[in-house]
Design a protein around this ligand. Structure first.
Ligand code: MP5
Length: 215
């Protein structure tokens, strides 16, 4: 029998392929990303990781099994460092830090937070989509990147052993918490997972196309 998290990923293979082949991701891989797209990503993903801390806090407020709670505590510490790394990159490139979240970023972070408030399984399923997409997409970037890629640190951050281990632990704990979900629950969580993954694709597109607020 396929475990729950693998079933979720298998059901969304087309989305995974669309992400690995997205122009933003291909630009990351060969180092040809336009400055405007890179700047948008640095600014918007910094907001994403800051907001992700609130998702993690909402999840932990449900009272989770201790191993999972400790994993999320580690994630929270890592997010502080990631936000600092983005701030450092922004300073190096003269990029403004305090910008508004663009619609897709705001929609996605709000969606993740709502899922986390709705329940532990709901929030973890949506968060797992975000983490698994990042692992798999940056792994695709790593496979196509030269060793001296200007994005080496990011590639390492999201395709290296530490992050791979974290995503694997998160999946294991989600599978354990979900148990053998009923068809109705599987369907409901499947929608949450797929929507979060579609937001991930939209996030790349937002950065690539500069989808700011109209007007
Ligand atoms: C992640 C991220 C990875 N930084 N940004 C998006 C849009 N999706 C996923 O997560 P983490 O937890 O920041 O390493």
């Amino acid at each position: 029998m396929t475990v729950f998290t693998e079933h979720l990923v298998e059901s969304n293979r087309d989305l995974w392929a669309a992400m690995a082949g997205h122009p933003f991701v291909l630009g990351l891989a060969d180092g040809t990303l336009p400055d405007s797209a890179l700047q948008a990503w640095v600014q918007q993903d910094r907001i994403f990781v800051v907001e992700e801390r609130r998702v993690v806090a909402a999840l932990r407020a449900h009272g989770l099994p201790s191993r999972l709670d400790a994993l999320l505590a580690d994630l929270d510490r890592g997010l502080v460092l990631e936000a600092e790394a983005f701030a450092g990159t922004a300073a190096e490139h003269g990029v403004a830090l305090e910008v508004e979240p663009w619609p897709v970023c705001l929609g996605y972070t709000s969606y993740l937070r709502c899922a986390a408030h709705d329940g532990a399984l709901e929030g973890l399923t949506a968060l797992y989509a975000a983490e698994r997409v990042y692992l798999d997409t940056w792994t695709a970037v790593a496979e196509r990147s030269p060793a001296d890629s200007p994005y080496h640190a990011w590639i390492q951050n999201w395709s290296g052993e530490a992050f791979r281990g974290f995503v694997s632990d998160l999946g294991r704990d989600l599978d354990e918490l979900a148990g053998g979900p009923s068809p109705a629950l599987t369907g409901r969580l499947g929608v949450l997972f797929a929507r979060a993954a579609r937001f991930e694709l939209a996030f790349w597109e937002m950065c690539w196309s500069g989808w700011a607020w109209p007007g």
